[in-house]
Write a protein that binds this ligand. Sequence first.
Ligand SMILES: *[C@@H]1O[C@H](CO)[C@@H](O)[C@H](O)[C@H]1NC(C)=O
Ligand SMILES: *[C@@H]1O[C@H](CO)[C@@H](O)[C@H](O)[C@H]1NC(C)=O
Ligand SMILES: *[C@@H]1O[C@H](CO)[C@@H](O)[C@H](O)[C@H]1NC(C)=O
Ligand SMILES: *[C@@H]1O[C@H](CO)[C@@H](O)[C@H](O)[C@H]1NC(C)=O
Ligand SMILES: *[C@@H]1O[C@H](CO)[C@@H](O)[C@H](O)[C@H]1NC(C)=O
Ligand SMILES: *[C@@H]1O[C@H](CO)[C@@H](O)[C@H](O)[C@H]1NC(C)=O
Ligand SMILES: *[C@@H]1O[C@H](CO)[C@@H](O)[C@H](O)[C@H]1NC(C)=O
Ligand SMILES: *[C@@H]1O[C@H](CO)[C@@H](O)[C@H](O)[C@H]1NC(C)=O
Ligand SMILES: *[C@@H]1O[C@H](CO)[C@@H](O)[C@H](O)[C@H]1NC(C)=O
Ligand SMILES: *[C@@H]1O[C@H](CO)[C@@H](O)[C@H](O)[C@H]1NC(C)=O
Ligand SMILES: *[C@@H]1O[C@H](CO)[C@@H](O)[C@H](O)[C@H]1NC(C)=O
Ligand SMILES: *[C@@H]1O[C@H](CO)[C@@H](O)[C@H](O)[C@H]1NC(C)=O
Length: 693
Amino acid sequence: MSTSILLCCSFSFLLIYSFSTPSTATIHSNETDRLALLAIKSQLHDPLGAISSWNNSVPLCLWTGVSCGRRHQRVTVLDLRNQSIGGNLSPFIGNLSFLRSINLGDNNFYGDIPNEVSLLFRLEILILANNSFSGTIPKNLSHCPNLIQFHAYRNSLQGEIPPEIGNLLKLEILYFSENHLTGQLPSSIGNLSSLLQLDVGLNSLSGTIPYSLGRLRSLFYLNLGGNNISGNLSSTVTRLVLGDNQIYGSIPPGIGNLVNLEALSMEKNQISGTIPHDIGKLKMLEALYLDENSLRGSIPASIGILPQQILGITTLSIGLDLSNNLLSGSFPSQLGNLKTLLVLYISGNRRSAQNTSSMLQMDELFPMVSYAELRRATDDFSSSNMIGQGSYGLVYKGTFGEKRTLVAVKVINLQEKGGSRSFISECQALRNIRHRNLVGIVTVCSSIDSKGADFKALIYEYMENGSLEEWLHQNKDQLDASNLSLFQRLNIAIDVACAVEYLHHHCEPPIVHGDLKPCNVLLDQDMVAHVGDFGLSKFLSDTAPETQSSSIGIRGTVGYVAPEYGMGSEVSMPGDVYSLGILLLEMFTGKRPIDSMFTDGLTLHEFAKMGLPERLWDIVEPSLLLEASSGNNNVEKFARRSGEGRVRTEECLVGVLGIGVVCSMESPAERMEMTDVVAKLCGVRENFLGRRI
Ligand SMILES: *[C@@H]1O[C@H](CO)[C@@H](O)[C@H](O)[C@H]1NC(C)=O
Ligand SMILES: *[C@@H]1O[C@H](CO)[C@@H](O)[C@H](O)[C@H]1NC(C)=O
Ligand SMILES: *[C@@H]1O[C@H](CO)[C@@H](O)[C@H](O)[C@H]1NC(C)=O
Ligand SMILES: *[C@@H]1O[C@H](CO)[C@@H](O)[C@H](O)[C@H]1NC(C)=O
Ligand SMILES: *[C@@H]1O[C@H](CO)[C@@H](O)[C@H](O)[C@H]1NC(C)=O
Ligand SMILES: *[C@@H]1O[C@H](CO)[C@@H](O)[C@H](O)[C@H]1NC(C)=O
Ligand SMILES: *[C@@H]1O[C@H](CO)[C@@H](O)[C@H](O)[C@H]1NC(C)=O
Ligand SMILES: *[C@@H]1O[C@H](CO)[C@@H](O)[C@H](O)[C@H]1NC(C)=O
Ligand SMILES: *[C@@H]1O[C@H](CO)[C@@H](O)[C@H](O)[C@H]1NC(C)=O
Ligand SMILES: *[C@@H]1O[C@H](CO)[C@@H](O)[C@H](O)[C@H]1NC(C)=O
Ligand SMILES: *[C@@H]1O[C@H](CO)[C@@H](O)[C@H](O)[C@H]1NC(C)=O
Ligand SMILES: *[C@@H]1O[C@H](CO)[C@@H](O)[C@H](O)[C@H]1NC(C)=O
């Protein structure tokens, strides 16, 4: 399901440009897929009847574990995880040429991984873990240039890891642990520049650690344990992430030999002993996480709870977390030397007198800029460069570096209650997420301003065309509302919905944005919408104690904030859906939810509902009415050809306003899920373009 939606989103622009060329997808029929799946089934034992629906009386795309592309109706996802299915995987798998994702994890597959898998050039995800596959890893898998994740842990694979694996430049996750692999770790692994996680633990690998591993700048999880690999990590390792394990013993004194170490995370283990003096040799260290261990300090009271040697590391700038240990003493004055420290968390040693701030685990570190650089970039934060106001701070336009790169700089107002927390929320939310419809973060700044006060700022990509708010309501003289056509609005709506759907359903843990509204929707030079301002966002799995989340309160923005928040409900995905619903209604009616007409129980939601479907033209933005008769855009002219234009325009408006109405229902349970919102909005657009089958 979700894959077909992604397809829909990414294909939408393609569609516009391919009106005259017939779709090639349907020339090869889905019959090939059907025969391939039946051939695969014929070799399997299926004790639970998991794939009994794979028969001639059920259409292919409704078969269990099978998902098809929305338009071309070819098989894109095969998900048979944990179904007790056993047997050989047939080479016919290679005929499913539209497959993007295979998950056969947690079954009883055995025999070879068929070489034909390497014919699947669209494949992005291949999960074969927890089976009994044997034989070797097919070297021709390197022909799947789009492969992002390959999980083959807990099988009986033998032989060497093929060096060809180094060609999979999009690979982010590679798990081969718990097999019988032998030979060396190929040095070509150092070519996998996108690699985030590499686990080859518990095999029979030997030889030395390839020097090239040091090139993997994004790698944050590396497990080579349980092999017979030797070598000198000193010069290759830049990050050592061992957090949240069952590691006993002390921090090895040799740690100081890892001279290029930038991040050391050993939090949530059972590490005891003291922090070795050696650690002071790590001149490149930027983050040190040792929290939730059993470290003890035999530290002179004059120095404080932190060992002197850590304080000597002047580059330590991102995070230092020593909380929940058994360290003792008082707060050390030397900590003041760490001018660029972003977050300090030393509570939980709670015996110490403590000065705690919220914890920020920066596994993936942003490069930092200095206060001076930002001041230069924004012409001393001059009012002429002020371009907006976000949650907890003003936003300035800035120009950076020799290339004169434009950026937007949000300076956090640390005086405002919750300001500091919002900085952390936003850093946390943005550090791992990337999506074409989110505003990208360039860097952060945590420093001291010219008066010696704390200074924190977030630096984002600059969005040429400002905020949706401006387009909908402001600067009427230059950009009146009629400049935003129905089709542009529809695309913006889909962009925003895709971004929220990504936050809710494709992030782990899911993220709730918490403050969706037109001024947080920014438009780039191609009028593609990007959702920004994560100052109120929240991770859903947050197990933070109640006090922490409620101390910032549920702020949101009047008019867009879901009614249940006012009654004390926790921030939730349906809350975002509500805000999105209001946003949709506003975009197409032109009315703000706080418009003066909305009194005496009349709300934007009721107003829109009233007009649907007969009195549509009483509720829609008047410029869209004009547009329906004149048209200022080729796509719409196209849609209007053959006299269907007006009908399509009306259907479009009824469709999108209807979605807005359902999303903004009073009761959270009656609202849609984002996955449905995206699918429905895409459907409205297809229909508008006359492309609905
Ligand atoms: C085909 O699959 C459907 C759905 O699982 C099932 O009800 C039906 O009995 C199957 N037909 C045959 C011939 O196996
Ligand atoms: C193949 O696709 C056609 C057209 O999209 C559809 O009518 C047919 O039911 C599909 N066949 C199977 C087996 O699903
Ligand atoms: C696998 O399926 C079994 C039985 O259907 C279930 O009890 C178990 O929780 C599932 N495991 C996972 C990891 O989903
Ligand atoms: C499907 O795969 C099998 C086995 O690899 C092969 O023999 C057959 O030619 C393929 N059929 C099509 C239509 O590609
Ligand atoms: C493999 O098994 C482990 C332990 O049962 C489980 O946690 C994991 O989710 C499984 N992985 C897959 C891909 O099935
Ligand atoms: C691997 O791919 C090459 C072409 O790149 C081909 O010649 C060879 O037959 C393939 N090997 C197997 C085992 O499929
Ligand atoms: C890939 O890695 C190998 C071995 O480290 C090296 O010889 C080769 O040049 C690399 N290729 C690319 C494209 O970087
Ligand atoms: C580990 O590798 C070394 C050579 O690097 C070899 O001498 C030794 O026998 C190996 N040990 C095992 C248990 O394979
Ligand atoms: C490992 O590398 C470091 C830095 O290159 C070097 O100082 C050290 O002597 C090396 N150790 C061994 C055992 O080769
Ligand atoms: C905590 O920090 C404040 C200001 O940063 C300082 O005035 C105070 O003395 C500190 N408390 C302790 C117990 O060190
Ligand atoms: C907005 O539309 C008006 C006329 O409809 C046009 O003159 C003006 O240039 C447009 N502005 C922009 C920024 O496109
Ligand atoms: C958006 O901004 C770019 C760059 O400033 C400009 O060229 C373009 O015309 C703008 N788009 C619209 C629709 O105004």
